[in-house]
Design a protein around this ligand. Structure first.
Ligand SMILES: Nc1ncnc2c1ncn2[C@@H]1O[C@H](COP(=O)(O)OP(=O)(O)OP(=O)(O)O)[C@@H](O)[C@H]1O
Ligand SMILES: [Mg+2]
Length: 322
């Protein structure tokens, strides 16, 4: 394994402005792994990215925020943790620290989400804030969120509140469509937050309704805001440009599969006016299901799998080390 065991000395400063208000600590890095569709490898990627970071010497806490469908623990080879976020939100435990379950990998702990019979899949804003604002209590350099499928407000908000939102996609039309749907949902949720932040609702409504001039993409809408009010338009554009999701293409079998990521980047630029950062791909490999079947972490069980190299490249790129 080519993982560099040197700890990064300086944390890069690319916080997305909107996440700032919600959290106390800015020292930690929060990465959220999401994507519109189920079964595209979110948990696999969260688990193995966490392992890579831990092996590089960082302290890592990985949180299963697939509330209702928690299974990150399986990808990390631990039994379902006894205490979950529900215990924290219902005040059975006082601190997020009480929820930490160690894994077999030094430096890596997991916090489990909750089961949906407790109704926790519909967290209230206050409960989300209660989690986000206390992440600073955790002794971690990196906190990773494994998000559920779909575009529920909870999922979108955890994605937006992270420092890096990472999208997983498969080279299949349905998965690609769902990824665009997810990006669109995040885009509009952010837009509403920016509207509130800059107090520009009337201008946005005017631009949304003036469909006569120009096309009808989100990017065209921003151009119309700039026409109506250049100063506000510029601020809006600056805020929108901070949205730079990362993309991982999973289960690739051919060069054409790999190239889909580059096309998606071009489309996002043209349609949304955003930079999609294509950070790498993971080969389709039978070691994945074999490790899942054994309930063992892939990178530990199959250290010679070609996915080791794939993850090494992706994680270094995400950490800004390459
Ligand atoms: N690179 C890969 N090669 C082979 N199989 C893979 C690969 N990535 C994922 N899989 C298969 O896809 C399954 C689903 O992966 P995973 O559970 O990580 O997806 P998910 O997006 O978290 O799903 P959910 O939305 O249900 O939480 C894995 O159990 C594995 O069998
Ligand atoms: Mg999952």
């Amino acid at each position: 394994m080519k993982i560099n065991h040197q700890k990064e000395s300086k944390f890069s400063e690319d916080h997305q402005g909107l996440s700032q208000g919600l959290r106390l600590s800015t020292k930690q890095k929060i990465w959220a792994i999401g994507g519109g569709k189920g079964g595209v490898g979110k948990s696999l990627i969260t688990a193995n990215t966490s392992i890579c970071l831990a092996l590089m010497g960082y302290k890592v806490v990985t949180i299963d925020l697939d509330l209702g469908g928690a299974n990150l623990h399986t990808c990390l080879g631990v039994p379902i943790p006894e205490k979950t976020l529900t215990d924290y939100l219902t005040k059975k435990v006082r601190s997020l620290k009480d929820l930490l379950t160690p894994t077999a990998i030094p430096n890596l702990s997991i916090i489990s989400g909750a089961q949906d019979e407790l109704g926790i899949a519909n967290l209230k804003q206050m409960q989300k804030n209660k989690i986000l604002s206390k992440l600073g209590d955790l002794d971690a350099d990196y906190i990773l969120f494994d998000l559920g499928a779909g575009t529920s407000n909870n999922t979108l908000d955890f994605f937006i509140s992270s420092d890096q939102g990472i999208l997983t996609v498969l080279p299949e039309p349905t998965s690609i469509e769902n990824t665009y749907r997810f990006i669109k949902a995040v885009y509009y949720r952010r837009l509403h937050m920016i509207e509130d932040l800059l107090d520009i609702q009337p201008i946005i409504s005017k631009a949304m309704n003036s469909k006569l001039s120009g096309g009808n993409t989100p990017q065209d809408m921003v151009k119309r805001v700039i026409d109506i009010n250049p100063e506000v338009g510029q601020k809006l554009q600056n805020e929108i440009k901070k949205f730079k999701p990362k993309l991982i293409m999973n289960q690739v079998r051919t060069q054409a599969d790999i190239d889909i990521g580059f096309s998606m980047r071009t489309i996002c630029k043209r349609y949304f006016g955003i930079e999609l950062d294509y950070v790498g791909y993971l080969d389709y490999d039978s070691s994945v299901w074999q490790s899942v079947k054994k309930r063992r972490p892939l990178l530990m069980e199959f250290p010679n799998s070609k996915l080791v190299n794939n993850f090494d490249k992706i994680v270094h790129r995400l950490a800004g080390l390459r």
